[in-house]
Ligand binder design. Structure first.
Ligand SMILES: [Zn+2]
Length: 110
């Protein structure tokens, strides 16, 4: 949306500038702020991002979570089939748990 349009949007919503409008609605959810300002929530998100407001830190990716798990030997999930299969860990404890899990699947519980 061009700058003059956002200024127009802000004035219609009772704010002097779009920056003021974004700051004044920063405590609302993107949807609520969008309703107040008469724009879509992706627009609110873009405006907030431009001002560095209300932008939550990006959540870690699945790969980052796996890497963090594998690097943390104290994580209680080591020694589980989940650690081996879903989290990709190949430490002795996880590998052993996976072997046991597969064996139990083939032969039934010991
Ligand atoms: Zn492990």
């Amino acid at each position: 949306m061009p700058r003059h349009d956002r200024e127009e949007v802000a004035r219609r919503a009772g704010h002097a500038t779009w920056r003021e409008a974004v700051e004044a609605t920063a405590h609302l959810s993107q949807q609520e702020a969008g309703r107040v300002l008469g724009v879509s929530h992706p627009t609110v998100r873009a405006w907030r991002a431009e001002l560095g407001l209300g932008v939550a830190a990006a959540r870690p990716s699945a790969e980052q979570l796996k890497a963090a798990f594998q690097a943390d030997a104290g994580d209680a999930r080591h020694g589980s089939a989940n650690g081996y299969r879903n989290l990709g860990c190949r430490c002795p404890a996880c590998t052993s748990a996976w072997t046991d899990y597969q064996r139990a699947r083939r032969t039934g519980p010991a």
